[in-house]
Design a protein around this ligand. Sequence first.
Ligand code: GLN
Length: 385
Amino acid sequence: MNRLYAGLPRTIFDVMSGLARELSAVNLGQGFPEEDGPADLKEAVARATLEHSNQYPPMMGLPALREAVAEHYRRFQGVDLDWAREVTITSGATEAIAAAILATLNPGDEAILVEPMYDAYRPLVERAGGVARYVRLSPPDWRIPRDALKAAFSEKTRAIVLNSPVNPSASLLVRADLEAIAEECIARNVIAICDEVWEHVTFDGGRHVSMLAIPGMRERTFKIGSAGKMFSMTGWKVGFLCAAPALTEVAAKAHQFLTFTTPPNLQMGAAYGLKKGEDYFVAMRAGFQRSRDRLAQALTQAGFAVLPCAGTYFLNIDLARSGIALDAEDFALRAVKEHGVASIPLTPFYAGAPPAQMLRLCFAKRDETLDRGVERLAAARRTLA
Ligand code: GLN
């Protein structure tokens, strides 16, 4: 069997959600909202299923959705995209990331990954024949270290994979960081593969800046978005892959042999959602921010050291500073098995040892779920510390 896949563990998100289901634990692990998104989007999908074709849509996606994606990013991020040449619809953002990586790298090329990194990036780079190089962000501010950034680039660098807002650190890459990365990419003719799936999930007035909007990056950036994250329907798996025509042409060929297309009814639901006004996104952010604050306050009261969160669905706790000597994987496994609360250790987001033992908690949950989760984490802390 293929050595890379055979040697990989099952993804931590599925392991933890599996244990949570099996043990009826409170699930603060895998990042998905407990409540589905707006009912009118579900109705749009139901109508599309009943009234429209359920046969193969065009390989690059339904024109109605591709137009809606371009229009949405024009409205919210000031990014100008030609829907017919620069937008591809994929089966989830993970597929878009895979298509962009496969389309960019040749065997032996180097790709820079920023730790902590979403767990799919490294295997996708390596399966494409690429060699991963790392730049590490450190708590509490998770900024791009300029010297390490420069040192990570070489003659062989072909791509840098970026994520902002960052899962799992819940930080944003600020404009100055994006500009520093852009400077290197432009000087060395490197492509930026930007996972921007959390673009609408930002807090305290902080706003997402797309790498596509940074001067000089328009022709060398893949921008990846997710209907699941925008509309709290993570099971829909509808992703948006946006890039200049020369990049899109090749990435669409990778997509055509990964999934070929994405269910047409879900594409129509996403097209409907993308037309929602600013008020929907403001309310979504406010709801998640309230949940973030509730969880942060309860955790702090229970004696946990909580890191700041500027975006995503996640809060991190520093175990050592919370008086817990176990490493994050051990604590997470024992917390779910012995105390009925699932979480995500940060270990799988690092190629080497993480800078601290940290645990990621998803706050996109009902109040009572968050409260029960904290009670159980507090019990785990008392017995496992
Ligand atoms: N993005 C989700 C998370 O970070 C996981 C998605 C998945 O499991 N594929 O929790």
